[in-house]
Design a protein around this ligand. Structure first.
Ligand code: NAD
Length: 464
């Protein structure tokens, strides 16, 4: 038996552990009240403070903050409120004829004490999003937000302590060591959003207690553009999706695989749209963000250096400014297969373009890499679209668009293998934080009476 008493977070964990049944047994109306309180805090009380924190941490444009952080969380809360009654209801299922006299249903019960570890790129959205699912499902929660966005993490701690008592939901700020200590505790469920490498650490730690996990990870999400695609529209949507939040998005189009015959046309269209979106001086544009930390700025700059060393072609951009952690929207082609940009998840505003001569080549290229979180297809050919869908695997796909599948609450969101385990959003998020308890109830005399010994007479003839 493990002794957790020396763990710095054991006391908090114990408080939540004791409180979990009281929280879990709250009625639909009480859960609704909690969701309303959280909504009011984010939408009204702390709205401008959220904007300030994100501008300090990430230099995000206000419109992006409203759309991708505040509106996104409010959307999650509203969707949960609209559907919670149905989600919480016991779900009746058929009972086999051999069990005549019994009835069966699934009861969604909270998993218990949950841990949410979140990343920095959408600090509020990726912390409060899972939190909404967790509290809708009736859990108690400890949150460890990212140390990379301290203003946001600090504000989240304030919001949470305003809305919840600490034996219900609490935020613990700090470096990796905080996660390391927390991961030693026997949580009932761990919801982690971050990189595949840290995902493996989380899963190893969870295995110690056989805690269930949801791992929302990342990786290289490809975009295929075939020659039947509307190239101008594809360029517009890809330029928006790639350079939103400076490419620091898990479902960002990591690289483009394009039919060689339309490459030049595509690059020309990209230049036009970048100019329209961010002018010829993106550094001065109020619509373009910055890189989160010096470490990430240096990582991305080293990719540019590596591409230069390998004599790749800089189609657009390439300028950087370390003082303001600015990296110009950049498009690079003619990369050698060993280029870092084609190996690591980029997570920044650099788009490599790889050409293909046949769709089979493009599919083989994707399948030679770990399974991605998202795969985007730009095509007007049904046959090509189906060939790609049927012969690749990915967490999610947008056809003739990018990123937006993330926003549909009716779709499960998550990866596959290296890009993640388990799903979130809407009912899928509620399910991730629920134990689907099987209940079978015996009502009257049933054929199950035949199960009991002694196996003589009629029962004996059944076995022959
Ligand atoms: P990260 O894995 O470095 O960190 C995520 C969280 O884990 C942070 O809170 C951090 O403090 C903690 N952490 C870091 N090292 C740890 C360790 N050794 N032990 C325990 N905890 C540790 O990821 P990041 O840099 O914050 O985010 C970028 C990554 O997240 C990218 O790979 C991106 O694709 C992925 N991501 C995925 C999603 C998704 O929904 N699938 C969303 C956003 C980001």
């Amino acid at each position: 038996m493990n002794d957790f008493r020396n763990n710095p977070y054991y006391e908090l964990f114990s408080k939540q552990s004791i409180n979990q049944y009281a929280v879990g047994n709250r009625s639909y109306k009480e859960r609704l009240k909690t969701l309303n309180k959280l909504q009011h805090a984010i939408e009204v009380i702390y709205r401008t403070q959220i904007q300030d924190a994100l501008q300090k941490d990430l230099g995000k444009p206000i419109v992006e903050i409203e759309l991708t952080e505040i509106y996104a969380i409010i959307g999650d809360i509203k969707f949960a409120k609209q559907n919670l009654h149905r989600w919480m209801r016991k779900q009746r299922v058929d009972t086999p004829i051999a069990m005549l006299g019994s009835s069966s249903y699934i009861k969604y019960q909270p998993k218990g004490v949950c841990l949410i570890i979140s990343p920095w790129n959408f600090p509020f959205n990726l912390t409060f999003g899972p939190l909404v699912s967790a509290i809708a499902a009736g859990n108690t929660v400890i949150i460890k937000p990212s140390e990379m966005t301290p203003n946001s993490s600090h504000l989240m701690a304030k919001i949470v302590s305003d809305v919840f008592s600490e034996d219900e939901v609490a935020v613990l700020q700090g470096e990796v060591e905080v996660s390391t200590q927390l991961l030693k505790l026997p949580f009932n469920h761990i919801f982690f959003t971050g990189s595949p490498n840290v995902g493996k650490i989380v899963m190893k730690a969870a295995s110690e207690h056989l805690a269930s996990v949801t791992l929302e990870l990342g990786g290289k999400s490809p975009t295929i553009i075939d020659k039947t695609a509307n190239i101008d529209k594809a360029a517009k949507k890809i330029m928006w999706a790639k350079f939103l939040n400076c490419g620091q998005i898990c479902v960002s189009p990591d690289y483009v695989l394009i039919d060689a015959s339309v490459k030049t046309q595509f690059i020309e269209a990209c230049k036009k749209w970048l100019d329209t979106f961010y002018s010829d001086n993106p550094k001065a544009s109020g619509s373009y963000g910055r890189i989160v930390t010096d470490k990430h700025f240096e990582r991305l700059s080293s990719y540019l250096e590596n591409a230069k060393t390998l004599h790749a072609k800089f189609e657009v951009g390439g300028q950087t400014d370390s003082a303001s952690k600015y990296i110009e929207p950049t498009i690079i082609s003619d990369l050698k297969p060993e280029a870092k940009l084609l190996e690591d998840e980029i997570f920044g505003p650099i788009l490599p373009i790889v050409t293909y001569d046949s769709l089979d080549m493009a599919i083989a290229y994707i399948n030679s890499k770990p399974r991605p979180l998202a795969l985007y297809i730009y095509s007007n050919s049904k046959a090509n679209t189906n060939t790609i869908l049927n012969n690749t695997r990915a967490g999610g796909t947008c056809i003739n668009n990018s990123v937006l599948h993330y926003t549909n609450h009716n779709l499960p969101f998550g990866g596959v293998n290296n890009s993640g385990i388990g799903k979130s959003h809407g009912f899928f998020g509620f399910k991730a934080f629920s134990n689907e308890r099987s209940v079978m109830k015996q009502h009257t005399f049933g054929v199950t009476e035949l199960l009991f010994p002694p196996y003589t007479g009629f029962k004996e003839t059944l076995a022959r």
